[in-house]
Write a protein that binds this ligand. Structure first.
Ligand code: FES
Length: 126
C-alpha cells in the first residue's frame, strides 16, 4: 500500500492541514496546549466511544486522523462545533480536539490511520 510523506514543518499550532491518502482526506492538526488539555481532561465516562487521548496520538502536539465522519461519510469542518475539534455539517456531529465523537448521530471517533514520524517535520502516512 502506498505511503504518503508529508512535510509538517510549516504547520502552526492551532492549524490543520488536509492531505489525501488512499482517496480519503487525512487531517493533521497541530494542537495548542489548550487543545491538548481539553482532550486529556475528559472523563472516559463522558465519551460515546471511550478512548484516551494518549492512545490516539504519538505526540500530543500532533493529531492525525481520517477526515471522514463516522456517521455517513461527510468531511467535518476543522475548528468548529461545541468541542472546538470538528463539526460535521451534514447531520450535526461534534468531535473534540482528539477527534472523538461527543454529540450528534456519529457512532465512533474519527479513525486514526497508520502513520509514523520520519523526523520532527516529516510524517509518513500509511
Ligand atoms: Fe456527519 Fe451525518 S455524515 S453527521
Amino acid at each position: 500500500l502506498a505511503s504518503l510523506e508529508v512535510d509538517i514543518g510549516n504547520l502552526q499550532p492551532g492549524n490543520c492541514m488536509i492531505v489525501k491518502w488512499r482517496g480519503k482526506p487525512v487531517f493533521i492538526r497541530s494542537r495548542t496546549e489548550d487543545e491538548i488539555a481539553a482532550a486529556t481532561s475528559v472523563p472516559m465516562g463522558e465519551l460515546r466511544d471511550p478512548q484516551a487521548d494518549e492512545d490516539r496520538v504519538q505526540k500530543a502536539e500532533t493529531l492525525v486522523c481520517i477526515g471522514v465522519c463516522t456517521h455517513l461519510g461527510c468531511v467535518p469542518i476543522n475548528g468548529a462545533g461545541d468541542y472546538n475539534g470538528w463539526f460535521c455539517p451534514c447531520h450535526g456531529s461534534h468531535y473534540d480536539t482528539s477527534g472523538r465523537i461527543r454529540k450528534g448521530p456519529a457512532p465512533l471517533n474519527l479513525e486514526i490511520p497508520p502513520y509514523s514520524f520520519v523526523d520532527d517535520t516529516k510524517l509518513l502516512v500509511g
